[in-house]
Design a protein around this ligand. Structure first.
Ligand SMILES: Cc1ncc(COP(=O)(O)O)c(C=O)c1O
Length: 263
């Protein structure tokens, strides 16, 4: 909350709008309750109200904390700004009353927004991710700490330390996990960072990670155990794993559209 407040103050000072990416607003509210002094006795909805009170609006991918299959929204505090946005909404999404979504999907969002802030649900949801992180930690897989709400981030650069960063260690790990057990993870690291537009060289971010993102209300504890087992198997053969190079590097959004081969 303190970060949100400070960001809001900074934006006001420089007369810049402050919009929250609200995809994971409920999980973040839960962490505020757990980790920030003075919030332990507040309800999630009270925390959420305070969070958004500092912002000029938000964008939200409802597929996350509204627990739905599809959809999203954009919200404004200023009526004038909202009205300015309407023509763009109509052109690119749909009429403001439905925003391109089917009625049933809007109804699902309305329910999901309420279910997504229930504390019991959040405890179960974040507890499942925590279980995965703690068990991976126990078997010696380097993960980012504290463990997040929606995902466990594995430090691929550390885990596959023999693979140079230019050969995408975390993306390599994602491909290995898919080959090993059919589990689909995503790289958040060198591949995602792309090239420096000035030099054309790959940027070398400090963090090169594999994100194990857990969909809500889909998996059981046994599925987490399956991921842990797969990571254990990869750990045993990790020194033999080779890095990756581009077979095709997409000039735009290379993270999503490229093809690779083993070095
Ligand atoms: C914080 C955050 N915002 C936005 C998005 C994008 O959502 P969408 O796929 O609905 O465009 C994501 C996707 O993972 C996300 O993590």
């Amino acid at each position: 909350m303190e970060n949100i407040k400070k960001t809001s103050e900074l934006c006001k000072k420089f007369e810049v709008y402050f919009f929250i990416d609200a995809a994971r607003f409920a999980e973040n509210a839960f962490f505020i309750k757990q980790r920030e002094k003075g919030f332990e006795n507040k309800s999630i909805s009270e925390i959420v109200l305070e969070m958004f009170s500092y912002a000029d609006g938000c964008t939200m991918s409802a597929k996350k904390d509204a627990i739905v299959n599809i959809g999203g929204l954009i919200a404004f505090k200023e009526k004038e700004l909202y009205e300015k946005s309407i023509p763009f909404g109509i052109l690119f999404e749909g009429f403001p009353t439905y925003g391109g979504l089917a009625g049933r999907d809007l109804e699902a969002i309305a329910v999901g927004l309420k279910e997504g802030i229930q504390e019991d649900y959040l405890k179960y949801r974040i507890g499942q991710v925590k279980y995965l992180g703690e068990e991976l930690n126990k078997i010696g897989i380097p993960i980012m700490k504290p463990i997040g709400g929606h995902a466990v981030f594995v430090d691929g650069k550390k885990f596959l330390a023999h693979i140079p960063q230019e050969q995408f260690p975390s993306h390599t790990l994602c491909t290995e996990l898919y080959i090993e057990a059919g589990i689909r993870a995503v790289e958040i690291g060198t591949l995602l960072a792309g090239r420096d537009p000035k030099t054309g060289k790959d940027k070398m971010p400090e963090m090169d990670l594999m994100r194990l993102t857990i969909p809500r209300r889909v998996y059981l504890k046994e599925h987490m155990d399956y991921i842990i087992e797969a990571m254990k198997n990869i750990k045993e053969r990790k020194d033999k794993i080779k890095g990756l190079k581009f077979e095709f590097e997409s000039p735009i959004l290379r993270h999503f559209q490229s093809k690779f081969k083993r070095v």
